[in-house]
Design a binder for this molecule. Structure first.
Ligand SMILES: *Cc1c(COP(=O)(O)O)cnc(C)c1O
Length: 347
């Protein structure tokens, strides 16, 4: 089996990816836009994403793990890859070998990097998400002298909402970042960019929006879809009225109808929450999902498309905002849940 005849295709639009990055870069004003490409580029494939964004001019890439950094050094220069999870004692040697840049998240990590005579580093401050980072109250006790600190950063907890926490975090970040002499500051993720100029600093770190996610409703019209799944028809059958479809018979045919079984399921990231509400398409024709989504299969109503045959492909609707609303999952989960057995094709 060659990739070209796998039954699930994820067509990934290069043009849309780059357009979204440029939109984020423009929205970042005088700041540069980097890119969060952790979790395998949010499920799309980090190498493809990094390669294309680098060609578009992106110079700052964020991953979570050292293994993710190592997998990218043949695509982008190691010194443009930043590892958000930082370093533990077991990581120091590998970090130096790979040459990617650690984001130091605690006084311990700063001491460790300093003791190892590590080169350039970044520093994460915790401004209120209480996840990773050095707390405001800890900064004074950390000795940054002789350290090559590039980016001092922090991460917003609720940038997708208009809540006082955003400004509270901004104030803490301003207060903390002046106490460390870094070259650049970075605060905003995709949603944070939309909060305005005072959140931009020198570098922004969009992730979700690059991949077609809509981080805030007010960004709906400027972000374009990147991931377009397609699935192959395995079998077509005519059903008499009253036929039951799928596990637990959650759909019962109200009339005679023609249905097709397509080779995509929740193992591919087509989540069960789209049972009986998702859609496929053939050109302008809408082909509704009927019954429950299975692991590898979905049944769709193709009564309106009598010419379809097994072996044909249909487009599977994957508008992230809509799919998230319908399924109850976040757009992040929908992207990172895209299955590994699909054929990812940049087009
Ligand atoms: C994932 C991540 C981002 C990107 O966030 P999006 O909401 O996807 O834009 C930025 N910064 C940090 C620290 C992250 O972990």
């Amino acid at each position: 089996m060659t990739p070209s005849n796998l039954p699930v295709r994820l067509r990934l639009s290069s043009e849309a990816l780059v357009a979204n990055w440029r939109t984020m870069a423009r929205a970042s004003g005088n700041a540069c836009a980097g890119a969060a490409i952790k979790a395998n580029g949010y499920g799309l494939g980090a190498r493809g994403v990094a390669d294309q964004l680098a060609k578009a001019g992106c110079r700052d890439f964020f991953v979570a793990h050292w293994a993710e950094a190592a997998a990218l050094t043949s695509v982008i220069p190691a010194d443009q890859i930043y590892v958000l999870n930082g370093i533990g004692p077991q990581d120091v040697e590998i970090a130096k070998q790979i040459g990617a840049v650690p984001v130091l998240n605690s006084p311990e990590q700063v001491h460790l990097w300093k003791a190892a005579q590590g080169a350039r580093c970044h520093v994460m401050l915790d401004s209120g998400i209480n996840r990773l980072g050095i707390g405001l109250e800890q900064i004074a006790s950390v000795d940054f002298t002789d350290m090559d600190v590039d980016i001092v950063m922090s991460h917003l907890a609720s940038a997708d909402e208009n809540v006082p926490q955003n400004e509270q975090q901004l104030e803490i970040f301003l207060d903390g970042s002046v106490q460390i002499s870094g070259r650049r500051r970075s605060f905003a993720n995709s949603a944070g960019i939309q909060l305005g100029k005072s959140y931009h600093f020198e570098l922004t770190r969009p992730g979700l929006a690059l991949y077609g996610g809509v981080p805030r409703p007010d960004m709906k019209d400027v972000i374009v879809q990147v991931v377009f799944p397609q699935a192959e028809i395995m079998q077509i059958r005519n059903l008499p009225m009253g036929s039951k479809v799928g596990y637990n018979a959650t759909y019962i045919a109200e009339t005679e109808m023609t249905v097709a079984t397509i080779a995509i399921g929740y193992a591919d990231g087509y989540v069960r929450g789209l049972s009986n509400i998702g859609n496929c398409r053939l050109g302008d024709l809408v082909l509704p999902v009927i019954g429950r989504v299975s692991m590898d299969l979905v049944t769709i109503d193709v009564s309106k498309a009598p010419n379809l045959r097994p072996g044909d492909f249909v487009d599977v609707d994957f508008d992230l905002l809509r799919a998230a609303n319908l399924s109850g999952l976040s757009q992040y989960e929908l992207l990172t849940g895209l299955g590994q057995r699909a054929n990812r094709q940049w087009v």
